[in-house]
Design a protein around this ligand. Structure first.
Ligand code: BMA
Length: 335
């Protein structure tokens, strides 16, 4: 339904847009220059807390154009990163030929039931991107579970617990559908290996919308008292190229297939120099956030212009207040 009085839900007292996520003043917090070995770009890191510290699993691109993943650990999540001196998770084409052109864009989920982290990442195969999952309990050794789906697919993460006895995967397959575009899907599994076909969770919007044509998960779903908080990216094609921005949604806790609210505005977009210029300008692309349970501060890590790693922080209560004020998506979520 169109609300003709719509102005914005993000109005601050001085009449400008209220920023829910505030950029870290010393952004970008990590660049290829910080890397202990030659790297072309470092971006799109997964994030989690690990042994009381902040752990990032960064995508590192070399000068062939192939990516691998390398971890960086810091006490405060901002500075003094200890970066592995060699790739932490590199392609293994002997055993996993689908990793031919590298591994990209990881998302990390702590799975209490397994006592392990699940890393969902993009395996860049000859047939395009595929979703692969690996488990680890130390970020040194990874046991790959193989491909989760067989079609072109990316932007995946596991929910941290079974819901209604099933594991749930959120992902973005490219499927011929009655609604053109690339949409966010859910699939279900009993064993983390065999996933069903699943169904669309949220459609990309169309026309002039900021998230028209293509959407995908950003950071993994965050369990809150109000529901699963979802950060997702939306892409708008313009005559000057694509713009990657971030929005929010809220899913029902016990039935994540139900979208309770979806932001009609983007809440974070490329503005700073390191987001607007780089290998691919006008891109903010997040694969992870870490919540401080005591303060409610959420650290959102993201890639700037496919070139560097940056940080922005938000307060969880402000995010929830905002998303709960957003409309419930229309029936069928088709725009
Ligand atoms: C997406 C992914 C991301 C990248 C983004 C912008 O399709 O490949 O890794 O950050 O495009 O280039």
């Amino acid at each position: 339904m169109i609300n003709e009085n719509f102005m914005t839900r993000l109005k601050s007292t001085d009449g400008t847009y209220k920023e829910l996520f505030r950029r870290q003043p010393n952004n970008p917090i990590l660049t290829a220059k910080d890397w202990p070995y030659p790297a072309h770009t470092v971006f799109n890191p997964a994030a989690t807390s690990f042994q009381g510290k902040f752990l990032l699993l960064a995508r590192v691109e070399d000068r062939r154009g192939f990516s691998h993943l390398t971890k960086a650990i810091s006490e405060n999540g901002i500075t003094h990163w200890q970066i592995d001196s060699t790739p932490t998770l590199a392609r293994n084409i002997a055993d996993y030929p689908e990793e031919l052109w590298g591994v990209e864009d990881p998302r990390i989920t702590w799975i209490d039931e397994l006592g392990k982290w699940a890393v969902a990442f993009t395996a860049y195969s000859r047939n395009g991107p595929r979703v692969a999952i690996a488990l680890t309990d130390d970020f040194e050794k990874f046991s790959r579970l193989g491909l989760a789906t067989t079609r072109e697919d990316k932007d995946a993460a596991l929910f941290p617990r079974r819901i209604n006895r099933k594991w749930v995967l959120i992902h973005r397959p490219i499927v011929e559908s009655y609604v053109p575009g690339a949409h966010i899907w859910l699939s279900y599994s009993d064993d983390l290996i065999h996933w069903n076909d699943g169904h669309v969770l949220m459609h990309a919007r169309s026309g002039g919308w900021w998230d028209s044509g293509k959407i995908g998960l950003a950071a993994p779903p965050l369990e809150t008292s109000k529901g699963w908080l979802l950060l997702y990216h939306g892409v708008r094609q313009t005559c000057a190229g694509s713009i990657y921005r971030l929005g929010l949604a809220l899913l029902d806790l016990e039935n994540p297939a139900k979208v309770l609210h979806r932001s009609d505005e983007w809440i974070f977009g490329p503005e700073a120099k390191y987001e607007c210029a780089g290998d691919i300008g006008n891109v903010v692309f997040s694969c992870g956030w870490v919540m401080d349970e005591k303060t409610g501060e959420l650290k959102m890590y993201y890639g700037g212009a496919d070139t560097c790693i940056a940080l922005a922080t938000a307060n969880i209560n402000e995010l929830l207040e905002y998303i709960c004020s957003c409309p419930e998506p229309p029936q069928g979520d088709v725009y």
